[in-house]
Design a protein around this ligand. Structure first.
Ligand code: BV8
Ligand code: ZN
Length: 252
């Protein structure tokens, strides 16, 4: 696989665009060994989102939901960022206006060196008290499987992620929408496009004149909103993309 995969339009944008926005989903972490949500064998295959990633499920069975997040936190602690994460971190250093928006809560973009990441759905490394909202760092979490209690007020500690039915953090969603509306190139990487309002971002970028590209081995449910779909793994495509960037920008 080489850069001939990319359309002429994409090539010229890689050489000249100075405003780029990227949306990532669980697929960008697949090559690190983190199961996706909706692929066969994915995180949801054993559970349904309705069962676990919502506040009612947590109130009904806090230990089960807490244990599922502990399992995911421990799984993530044992993996490394992959070449796709690393390429996005390098892309940020090459582009004056670069915004990385992620639906992922696995912190792998940050571990690969990306900074100022727009986290639409929170971060699994953060937890907070349901009652007094005191934040709890993961190192202070007890090893026990049972859901921990707040040291200040005794309230239930929950994962610092956005559950279904919960509003996305205003400031993050605004930053993501502003970046989609002003960018010349929008990359939608490793997302099934099933979850809103994140899935509206590629369409928003297109409406504002951006060239919109999907990178996903399987066309997502929003593939029809894209100008171009590169049906290949992000860990292979992104290093090729950055190569074109690097050659054109560092030689300029
Ligand atoms: C909200 C955190 C107000 C927790 C998650 C319209 C507008 C607004 C809301 C809605 C709407 N319609 C429906 C809703 C409600 C709901 C929603 O979207 N439901 C869906 C299921 C229909 N949205 C909400 O509730 C949001 N809140 O809007 O509040 C509101 C509320 C209700 C009604 C109206 C308004 C909150 C959504 C956030 C939920 N939290 N995560 C946690 O992680 O535990 S969502 C969860 O799904 C993850 O964050 C995940 O990132 C996200 C999206 O999934 P993907 O990342 O796309 O992962 P998936 O497995 O699906 O796909 C992986 C893809 O990777 C595949 O396509 C695969 O082919 C590809 N792939 C595989 N390998 C590779 C690869 N790609 C590249 N390279 C590879 N190697
Ligand atoms: Zn508390």
């Amino acid at each position: 696989m080489d850069a001939s995969l990319f359309s002429d339009r994409l090539h010229s944008l890689l050489e000249r665009a100075d405003s780029i926005a990227v949306l990532t989903g669980a697929g960008v972490s697949a090559e690190s060994g983190v199961p996706t949500f909706r692929d066969p064998g994915g995180l949801w295959s054993r559970f349904k989102p309705e069962e676990l990633a919502n506040v009612d499920a947590f109130m009904r069975n806090p230990d089960l939901v807490w244990e599922w997040y502990t399992y995911r936190r421990e799984l993530i602690a044992g993996v490394q960022p992959n070449p796709g994460h690393v390429a996005l971190a390098e892309m940020q250093t090459l582009i004056p206006d670069f915004t990385l928006v992620t639906q992922n809560v696995d912190n792998l973009h940050q571990r690969a060196g990306s900074t100022d990441v727009v986290e639409l759905h929170g971060n699994i490394e953060r937890s907070f008290c349901m009652d007094c909202r005191a934040t709890v760092d993961k190192i202070d979490l007890p090893a026990s499987k049972a859901v921990p209690r707040c040291a200040h007020c005794g309230g239930l500690i929950r994962p610092g992620v956005v559950w279904f039915g919960e509003m996305l953090p205003d400031a993050q969603l605004r930053r993501a929408s502003d970046a989609a509306a002003r960018c010349q190139l929008f990359l939608s990487i490793g997302t099934s496009g099933e979850v809103y309002p994140a899935a509206q971002l590629p369409g928003l970028a297109r409406e504002h004149g951006a060239w919109v590209v999907e990178i996903n081995p399987r066309p997502s449910s929003i593939a029809h909103r894209m100008h171009e779909c590169i049906e290949a793994p992000s860990g292979v495509v992104l290093p090729l993309l950055v190569d074109v960037f690097r050659r054109s920008r560092l030689s300029a």
